[in-house]
Design a protein around this ligand. Structure first.
Ligand code: HPA
Ligand code: ZN
Length: 332
């Protein structure tokens, strides 16, 4: 594809109303902001400059990324830091034509460092109020490399902010940390009428997707790439229209796929699965949601009709109100 065709497809994608359903706010921390926050907070980084940080963003698997990602999040100290992080993401999202963003945050990454809910939640909330053009829902993720009792304690710490949180999720190191282990905390969230999602089938086997659906009552599966290995599971995902929040550039960066042209997103879409495209951790994986649509469209030769279906799937699969969904779908 030549530069002109690429730019015209990119701007057509930008104009498509779309929801982003899989974005970790800590994964939107760009090296420039990371450096600025370290300086503001009097911290020294093990990197000489922004280029050295970017050079370190070369990953072999999920864990090699998580090590760097948790280290980066340590520069987030004050309410203003969390405001700046959220405000920067929402500016990018709006520019990419995102009408709705359902944004993950990892409270335990902060509370474990002594930064409490009363610091990060007010920062997030103020930035969201200052970005009225993007409808936002916050999803609190539990770190699955920690215990279910730690997650339950975190759920308790969130009690003053449950009105500002639409749901809970499950992230971090997948293999060896099956969803069933977190059934108790998801049951508490379900009783509190929160929406439920979980990462599954990124590196973990199809049984983790079954577990997320049956033990956690997850309404969406984050990633779900490995679903294709289990015919009965694909049939269920299609029949029940369970959304998959797929993240192609993340899968490429973390070697879930060797090449974007190997990604199974188009095959699952053709089977009738409720597939969506998202960015996951855009500062680390080389692109925001528009970049993910564009790279995937080129690698898999997706038509504009297919891209329109992916965008309308994202709105349908969101937890926005029916009124909002109808309004956005009318313009899709
Ligand atoms: N997988 C699991 N945990 C994560 C990810 C991911 O892709 N990104 C941030 N935390
Ligand atoms: Zn993720």
């Amino acid at each position: 594809m030549n530069d002109n065709d690429r730019e015209s497809l990119a701007s057509w994608i930008r104009a498509l109303p779309k929801a982003e359903l899989h974005i970790h706010i800590e994964g939107s921390l760009e090296p420039e902001l990371l450096f600025a926050l370290a300086r503001r907070n009097g911290m020294t980084l093990p990197y000489a400059d922004v280029d050295a940080i970017r050079a370190a963003y070369s990953f072999s698997d999920l864990q090699s990324f998580l090590d760097i990602y948790y280290q980066g999040a340590a520069v987030l100290q004050t309410e203003q830091d969390f405001y700046d992080l959220m405000a920067a993401y929402l500016r990018r999202a709006e520019a990419d034509g995102v009408c709705r963003a359902e944004i993950f945050f990892d409270p335990q990454t902060h509370t474990e460092r002594g930064v409490p809910f009363d610091v990060f939640m007010p920062g997030f909330i103020r930035a969201i109020e200052d970005a009225p053009n993007v409808s936002v829902g916050l999803i609190m993720c539990f770190l699955r490399h920690l215990s279910c009792s730690a997650a339950i304690e975190t759920f308790g710490e969130a009690s003053d902010y449950l009105d500002n949180i639409i749901g809970v999720g499950l992230d971090s190191a997948e293999v060896g940390n099956p969803p069933e282990d977190f059934a108790d905390v998801f049951a508490l969230a379900e009783a509190a009428k929160l929406r439920l999602v979980a990462h599954a089938g990124e590196e973990g086997p199809p049984s983790y997707i079954w577990g997320a659906l049956d033990s956690l009552h997850a309404e969406r599966i984050d990633h779900g790439v490995r679903a294709e290995e289990d015919e009965a599971l694909v049939a269920r995902l299609v029949k029940e229209q369970i959304p998959l929040t797929m993240c192609p550039l993340s899968n490429l960066a973390l070697r879930v796929v060797d090449d974007l042209s190997d990604h199974n997103l188009a095959r699952l879409l053709a089977r009738g699965a409720m597939v969506t495209i998202n960015s996951d951790d855009p500062a680390y994986f080389g692109g925001y949601i528009g970049d993910n649509y564009l790279a995937t469209a080129i690698a898999l030769d997706l038509s504009r009709d297919q891209l329109t279906i992916l965008a309308s799937n994202s709105i349908t699969a969101s937890f926005a109100t029916e009124t909002e969904k109808v309004r956005w779908l009318e313009t899709t």
